[in-house]
Design a protein around this ligand. Sequence first.
Ligand code: PAF
Length: 281
Amino acid sequence: MKVVEKIEELKQLIAQVKTAGKKIGFVPTMGALHAGHFSIIKAAREQTDFVVVSIFVNPAQFGPAEDIDKYPKTLDADTAGCEKLGVDIVFAPTVAGMYPSENLTWVNVEKLTEPLCGRNRPGHFRAVATVCAKLFNIVQPDIAFFGQKDAQQSIVIKQMVSDLNMPLEIIVCPTVREPDGLAMSSRNSYLDTEERKDAVLIYAALKEAELFITAGHRKSSELIGEMEKILKLSSRIKIEYISVLDSRTLEEIEQANGEVLVAIAVKLGQARLIDNIMLNI
Ligand code: PAF
């Protein structure tokens, strides 16, 4: 496995891989890799011939009051984990390498970036779409793999790839959870013991929504009310949003029917945590 910092070096290696006719799988990450990332990397390993994992904490996608300074950085452990899983290249560029001068070109995916995290993190998805477009141009993957936990991100990236005729496929891998249901996230490391206990309520609320729907309820306001009751069992949890949406358009729906995304974002201590479930009703 090679760890590559420079874009030019990576491009030369990718040219050789392309000449050899290999199918390239790409997993973009911000590092601090956990079991969720590793399951995505395994999917890339199984479905492609040559796997590139990028590790780049993209400053553009963090708001001024967000956690870029304390975002966990564990490059040695990350590269060791990648090596174990048979990754071919870890691409770990510097900020100056990725943004050598003021960036004047941005990819703005409309509508899909407005609700959910887009409402609370202005500019976030514009920066995510832009860095993914840059990474896709550099790595030239046949397939890029994302995680379902960041449901809105995956939907936005799929739309960008389709709208801009980018020559790659996007595969979204299932959310990996701790035994008690908490979705794996690099930001779980911010939780103290008490907050960690309360964090189980996020998935519990989503499961309650699923049960409520299975019992025949469809009204989104009632579903949201049920989820709110569960999250409010902890005074530490500050709800940012609970939404029931059409999973293709990300429009909020009054009745849960068809392909439905139920999504939650909360603040819990220093952590902002998101989770979701997709239901086919
Ligand atoms: O999900 C992430 O880790 C990031 O948003 C991504 C896709 C690597 C872009 O910086």
